[in-house]
Design a binder for this molecule. Structure first.
Ligand code: DOR
Ligand code: ZN
Length: 431
């Protein structure tokens, strides 16, 4: 990891993909004073300007992750803002929105301020906190959403759990209508999933593991869509995993409901079969589902029914993931394998590369009302990701900057690798 501070950087001869401006051309990008100065064409480097050769590489806006877990404060053995943001940089992310299921949870102005302060001191990318919907994430009373918004929260979520009750979700969406901030919901009817370990299926029966049925997700998605329609607030459906939820979202959008949705790289590429052998590295919530679900999610991404890809980076310790399957925590360390995983969809000819990049840049920027981010337009902050779409590499979690070595992809070869990440005109990662 190098951290070069320079006035100008010239990125030369890459494929510039900037979905915000529908750009896909070969050319150069010049960064000056932390902003995009010139984009496209052939640029003569100013004197003493460092040059990054991007021959055969893609140049695109820095990725924005609207859903990750940085674990600080409270769970520093799993991750810190320092390690998590370095992992983000290695994954091509320049902006990350961290979920509030910390200890204490991010449900006060003070905790939001704490995360922002640590991020400025110790982080290497932009960290935008998501605040709790309910006090303590306990699902009993609403947090002070207005204060949290003024303190800098970009969205609200009780992630890890759904917003517990219908009236609380209704009130949160009423506030969303006023503030313009989305309510991101982890959709799971917990009355149907208590003790659940994996997708509810033939396989869960064979393995003797309690299943988490698709309908548990769909019920809360339905509730949220109805309430968003009623209130005019913005419901954001986190980590959609079922074909049936996709269909509900599609229909709600047709009716004009204010809803957006995100999908993870793992739900787009892996099925429940990865759990076979009681592999705790494949234990995640929502669980990996069936091939039919994966296909519906990919189709929804292509069609724009799901507009955002989010990692749900959820680091855990090695000791925790070594527990018995029923005791091990859910989640994958996602930042550093995201691009390589997503490129499978591109290399198989299933999803065009610009669609993947749009879901990692312009679409998440819109969700968090930060449209100056997620684009390479001249004058925009110079958050730039450069990657080799064809470079093969083998996942070795020991190389992760994240403390979380928990990934089902260890030992797998991926095709597509981040070469450099630039944040505000500084190189924060270079291979
Ligand atoms: O797998 C998950 N891990 N899903 C969640 O919703 C929470 C997350 C975590 O915090 O570990
Ligand atoms: Zn979640």
């Amino acid at each position: 990891m190098s951290r070069t501070i320079t006035k100008s950087i010239l990125i030369q001869g890459g494929r510039i993909i900037d979905p915000a401006s529908r750009t896909d051309v070969k050319g150069d990008v010049l960064i000056t004073g932390g902003r995009i100065a010139v984009r496209g064409g052939s640029i003569t480097p100013p004197d003493d300007c460092p040059v990054i050769s991007a021959d055969g590489l893609v140049i695109c806006p820095g990725f924005i992750d609207v859903h990750c877990h940085l674990r600080q404060p409270g769970f520093e053995e799993k991750e810190t803002i320092a390690t998590g943001t370095r992992a983000a940089a290695r994954g091509g992310f320049t902006t990350v929105c961290c979920m509030p299921n910390t200890n204490p949870p991010l449900d006060t102005e003070e905790t939001i301020a704490l995360v922002k302060t640590i991020a400025l001191k110790e982080g290497v990318v932009r960290v935008l906190p998501v605040a709790c919907v309910t006090r303590g994430r306990k699902g009993a009373e609403l947090a002070d959403l207005d204060k949290l918004a003024k303190a800098g929260a970009v969205a609200f979520s009780d992630d890890g759990s759904p917003v517990a009750t219908t009236p609380l979700m209704q009130k949160a969406l009423e506030y969303s209508k006023i503030s313009g901030l989305p309510v991101s919901d982890h959709c799971e009817d917990t009355a149907l999933t208590t003790g659940g370990q994996m997708n509810d299926s033939e396989l869960s029966k064979r393995l003797g593991l309690k299943g988490m049925p698709a309908v548990a997700e769909d019920i809360i998605v339905s509730r949220d869509l109805l309430l968003a329609h009623l209130t005019g607030g913005h419901a954001h459906i986190a980590h959609v995993s079922t074909a049936s939820a996709v269909e509900l979202i599609r229909r709600a959008k047709e009716k004009g409901t204010k809803v957006t949705a995100e999908v993870t790289p793992h739900h787009l590429t892996l099925t429940e079969d990865w759990v076979t052998g009681y592999n705790t590295q494949a234990k995640v919530n929502p669980p990996l589902r069936t091939q039919a679900d994966v296909e519906a999610l990919v189709a929804a991404l292509k069609a724009g029914v799901i507009e955002i890809i989010a990692t749900d980076h959820a680091p855990h310790t090695e000791a925790e993931k070594k527990l018995d399957f029923t005791q091990a925590p859910t989640g994958f360390s996602g930042f550093e394998t995201s691009l390589g995983s997503l490129m499978m969809l591109v290399h198989s000819g299933t999803v065009p590369l610009p669609a993947i990049i749009a879901a990692l840049t312009v679409a998440p920027a819109r969700l968090i009302n930060r449209t100056e981010l997620g684009s390479l337009q001249v004058g925009a902050p110079a958050d730039v990701t450069i990657f080799d779409p064809n470079k093969e590499w083998t996942v070795d979690p020991r190389d992760f900057a994240s403390k979380g070595k928990n990934t089902p992809l260890a030992g797998k070869t991926l095709k597509g690798k981040i070469i450099a990440t630039i944040y505000g005109g500084r190189i924060i990662y270079q291979e």
